[in-house]
Design a protein around this ligand. Structure first.
Ligand SMILES: Nc1nc2c(ncn2[C@@H]2O[C@H](COP(=O)(O)OP(=O)(O)OP(=O)(O)O)[C@@H](O)[C@H]2O)c(=O)[nH]1
Ligand SMILES: [Mg+2]
Ligand SMILES: [Zn+2]
Length: 368
C-alpha cells in the first residue's frame, strides 16, 4: 500500500504549492477570518485514524489533534486546516484550526444510520460511478444523486466499463431517465479517448470525488487520470461482478491538468442523512409536478388535489420513481426523529452554512 505523503509530495510531482491542492482567494479569505488560530494552511489529503496527511506550502506533513487545542470538528479528507510544528519530534505537526467548509458529503453512518458520517469536505464535483457490467440500477442512482446534491457539490453520472455493456445506448437512455438534469457520460479503461474526454472536462484547482459501489472501477480511473496515484485495484467476483472493497481509505491525488481527484472506498450503504435541497434537486420532475398540488406542504401521499398522485395514476410519472422519492424522504425524516437532537442541530447548522457558501462559491466561479 502506498503512502500518500511520500507519493503526492514534492519528490513525486516536482515542487508543489498550495495552489496545486486547490487553494484560492476564497480560502485565503477564510484563513484570514479565523480569529485567534495560529498556523499555516494545508489541505487534508488522507487520514489514518488519528493522523492526517496534510499538504502545506512546505510540502507534505503528518498532523494530529493535540489535547488542549480546540478544533470545531475533526478534519476529514478535503478539509483546509491550519497546522503548526510540534509538539514533539515524533508528533511533528498539530492541527490548530479548521476553515469553514464549502461542501459536506454526508451519509447516515453505517449500522444505525442515526449519526451523520462526514465522508469528505470541499468537493466541487462528485462522479457517481455505475458499472455497465451490471444492469442500470435506477434506484441506486437516485439515492446517490440525492446525497450528492445535498452535499453542495454537483453530481455527474459516470457509466464505467462501457466496453462490457451489451447495449451502451440503451444503458445511457435508462440512466438519463433517472439522472434528470445531470450530466451522464460513459467511460472505459480500455478506451483511452473516453478517459481523455473525462480529464478535459475537469478544471484546474477543482476537487472531484469518485463514489460508488465496490468494483465499479473508481481506482482504475484514478490511476489513468493521475498516473502518480498507483492506487490498488482488484478484479471483481466473476459470479456476480461484485467488488472486493479494495480501496480502504479516502485519498486525494493530483490529476494531470490540475484538478484534484478523491478516490473513496466502495460504498455498501448510502443513507440520506438530511433532506434539504438534495431530494428536490435529484427529483426535479416531481418537484415540478408538486407545484400543482393543492396544499403547499403536500406530502404526495393521500392528500386531496395532489398533482403527483394524479400524475402517477395517469402514468405521466414512473410509479417506482415516486416510490423511491418517498422512501428517501422517509429515511431522512426517520433519522431526523431518532438521532440525538443536540448533535443533529449543530451538524445541520454547519451543513446549512456550508450550503450557503457553496452557492456563493458557484457564483464566484462563474464570474471568474
Ligand atoms: N473491462 C473493464 N474492466 C474495468 C474497467 N474499469 C475497471 N475495471 C476492472 O474492474 C475491477 C475493479 O476495479 P477497481 O478500480 O478496483 O474498482 P473500485 O471501484 O476502485 O473498487 P473498490 O476500491 O473496491 O471500491 C478491476 O479488475 C479493474 O481492472 C473498464 O472500464 N473495463
Ligand atoms: Mg478502489
Ligand atoms: Zn402532492
Amino acid at each position: 500500500m502506498k503512502r500518500s505523503c511520500s507519493q503526492a509530495g514534492p519528490t513525486a510531482t516536482g515542487s508543489t504549492s498550495l495552489l496545486d491542492w486547490g487553494w484560492n482567494d476564497t480560502w485565503a479569505d477564510r484563513a484570514a477570518e479565523l480569529d485567534g488560530a495560529r498556523g499555516q494552511p494545508g489541505r487534508v489529503v488522507a487520514q489514518d485514524r488519528d493522523r492526517w496527511s496534510v499538504q502545506t506550502a512546505e510540502g507534505p506533513v503528518y498532523a494530529r489533534i493535540v489535547s488542549g487545542i480546540q478544533v470545531p470538528s475533526a478534519p476529514v479528507v478535503g478539509d483546509w486546516i491550519l497546522v503548526t510544528p510540534g509538539p514533539s519530534a515524533s508528533d511533528p505537526w498539530t492541527v490548530t484550526g479548521l476553515l469553514p467548509r464549502i461542501s459536506r458529503l454526508v451519509r447516515g453512518a453505517a449500522g444505525t444510520g442515526l449519526e451523520e458520517q462526514l465522508l469528505a469536505a470541499n468537493v466541487d464535483v462528485v462522479w457517481v460511478v455505475h458499472g455497465l457490467d451490471a444492469p442500470i440500477n435506477e434506484r441506486r442512482i437516485e439515492r446517490y444523486l440525492a446525497v450528492v446534491w445535498e452535499s453542495g457539490a454537483v453530481p455527474e453520472l459516470l457509466l464505467s466499463k462501457s466496453d462490457l455493456s451489451p447495449d451502451v445506448d440503451e444503458a445511457v437512455a435508462e440512466a438519463e431517465r433517472v439522472a434528470v438534469g445531470v450530466r451522464v457520460r460513459t467511460v472505459s479503461s480500455v478506451d483511452a479517448d473516453s478517459v481523455v474526454r473525462l480529464r478535459e472536462s475537469t478544471r484546474a484547482g477543482t476537487t472531484v470525488a469518485l463514489v460508488g459501489p465496490s468494483g465499479v472501477g473508481k481506482s482504475t480511473l484514478v490511476n489513468l487520470l493521475a498516473p502518480a496515484a498507483n492506487a490498488a485495484t482488484a478484479a471483481v467476483r466473476s459470479k456476480d461482478h461484485k467488488g472486493r472493497h479494495t480501496t480502504i481509505r479516502r485519498e486525494i491525488y493530483r490529476m494531470e491538468g490540475g484538478a484534484l481527484l478523491l478516490d473513496t472506498p466502495g460504498i455498501r450503504e448510502l443513507r440520506l442523512w438530511s433532506v434539504d435541497e438534495g431530494l428536490d434537486r435529484a427529483f426535479p420532475d416531481i418537484e415540478e409536478l408538486a407545484r400543482g398540488c393543492r396544499f403547499r406542504d403536500c406530502r404526495h401521499e393521500s392528500e386531496p388535489g395532489c398533482a403527483v398522485v394524479e400524475a402517477e395514476a395517469a402514468g405521466r410519472v414512473d410509479a417506482d420513481r415516486v416510490a423511491s422519492y418517498r422512501k428517501l424522504r422517509a429515511e431522512a425524516e426517520y433519522q431526523a426523529r431518532k438521532s440525538d437532537p443536540v448533535a443533529r442541530k449543530a451538524a445541520l447548522a454547519e451543513h446549512k452554512s456550508a450550503m450557503k457558501t457553496m452557492k456563493y462559491h458557484q457564483k464566484y466561479r462563474r464570474e471568474e
